[in-house]
Design a protein around this ligand. Sequence first.
Ligand SMILES: [Zn+2]
Length: 713
Amino acid sequence: MRSEEQEPILLLTSYSLLLTSHLSLLIFPLTIFLLTARCLQLTAFPGFLLPLPSVLALLCLSATVVLAQQPPPATAGAPDTSDFRRLLLSTPNDFRTGSGAPGLRYWQQRADYVIRASLDTVSRSVRGTERITYSNNSPDTLRYLWLQLDQNLFTRESRGAAIFDRGARFGTAGAEGGVRLAKVAEPAQSAGGKATARALPLKYLVNGTMMRIDLARPLPPRSKQLLDIEWSFPFGPNSNRMGMEEIDGGVIYETAQWYPRLAVYDDVRGWNTEQYYGQGEFYLEYGNFDVRLTVPANMIVAASGVLRNPLEVLTAGQRRRLARARTSDSTVIIRGKAEIADPSSRPPAPHGTLTWHFVADSVRDFAWAAARHFIWDAVGVNRGKTLAMSFYPPSADSIWNQASQYAKTAIENYSQQWTPYPYPAASNVNGIEGGMEYPMIVFCHNRTDPQALYSVTDHEFGHAWFPMLVGSNERLYGWMDEGFNSFMNHYNFPKKFPGAPLPTARGVPETYLRNALSGTEQPIMTPADRMKTTENWRQGLYNKPALGLVLLREHITSPERFDPVFREYIRRWANKHPTPADFFRTMEDGLGEDLSWFWRSWFYTTEQLDQAVDSVVFSDSAGIASRVYLRNAGGMPMPLELSLAMDDGTTQSLSLPVEIWFAGATYTALIPGPKRVRSVTIDPKGWYPDVRRENNHWPAGATSSSKAVRSEK
Ligand SMILES: [Zn+2]
């Protein structure tokens, strides 16, 4: 997907053919005349501004070539190294088209889960059984399946423990966790429901956080495989996107990456078997979940999906309040702070446990949380289509009593701007995890600052669109998850807190510039686990892709052009598995632009933007009063904004397209008279992340109001 090859430059080739074909002598002068006319026409055209000496040189060269009747110049077959050569992506096919849409024969595997699990609060562990129905929609016969055992990260020997410090956010060393497998089998039942002779234990091999299960029989296309798996794991002392928190005299369990789940088999790579190291996130198949969770009866459970048995696990009062919340714009308390210590706030449970039954359709994962001392409130979102809920311990009450409203604001804004939130529930749990997203449920930690709590809530629910709805491979392309989301956050946060500074990494130039200038920057395309520093991870996955999309939306194109195309990308790839190429192609297709130069420099490299004005020369030839000599000093192509102060005291603005760099790294802007240019400023409004602003002015040191910050939206 990252390979790039040169394409012949058609224009040069056709000229060469013209010049070297067997033309009679009579035609030569005509050719010269035509070329001359063309050059003159081009120089006269205000948008195309070759300096006169270059034109003359070109004319001489043309004439020489024609008269000598030489073979095509060697450059015709030389590699195209222009910044504007096509970015060569994977060859389009029936699965993924050249326009960036899923092809006619696009296919995707499916995994449906029926899970029964219980939480043991004495041993602090989870035990579960699951039946997976795996649908092979690929054209291939599969002889083995790969599953993910992410809990195996929490062992001393795990690869993740070796590469992330114990003290770092994604460090897990010292945690004696890991998955214990009790059973891996094919049940005594076919996928069609028919009873078969007997259950078959299946051979499996665990490789770190991955497990290969060898099938008893090959699985042909258009058929299903049933799997029965039994497993358990302990909650360790360390957390990573899940874990335990002791607070207010109770324990909050946040449970994620907790069941053996299918790896993705796709048309691009076959099995995606990247290890879970702890920093890179996930790539998962879509399916339906039917999950029964057995917990101590005094606990409240929050989970992905919709609760199917409220009669069994809630009181009559709680059920009434929940029904009211769905259509309410103000937050409704389902179980209040004062009720936590009241035994009648839980229904009777003769066996000491209760089983909560949730279903979640068309999702790629399932997570849940439980605590005996949750305050629980809820509010209707999108006119009752979705129920937003918050679950938090008593000491978080003073801040978290706004959390459901924050969820409502965030989700309704995103629904309006991009595409409606597609799920019936949206739960936010306050526990040990700082901020993490799962389908219909997020974990957020902040308990001290309303703005920070809104920011993390806004961010985690933004993930409902990326990667929950648009299911890319986060482990390889974290920016398609965090970057797209941070881009959406860039516009959403100020709607709630206008005038407040944007939270870090939401598409802001300052930290990007600092990291770029540090010399340690890595390209956006680098997988999360290979980022050398936390700042590289933050910039490469979150901030730089978000900033790039802000530039593309606001300055390289426009919101009117960009927004419908970004929506189209979501529509095309909802509940599917897009690659970076599918995104790039969809954007080019809908915007009507070849953005090879932009994708290449911004996403694949660490090239920097440094636009410079070298000098201004005055002349009156052809009505031109001032020639402004500009240079692309940094390597990254970008459109160029100019502010010109004229000698009569007026100011002119000039927006030059990125195509000014077609011919190379220098460009001369011709400014017609009679006014003369007195001073020049590049990018006066600070739209673009120019790494060196000192050379943006002529004469050097000329006063300017520009700074390396874009105006706040
Ligand atoms: Zn995120």
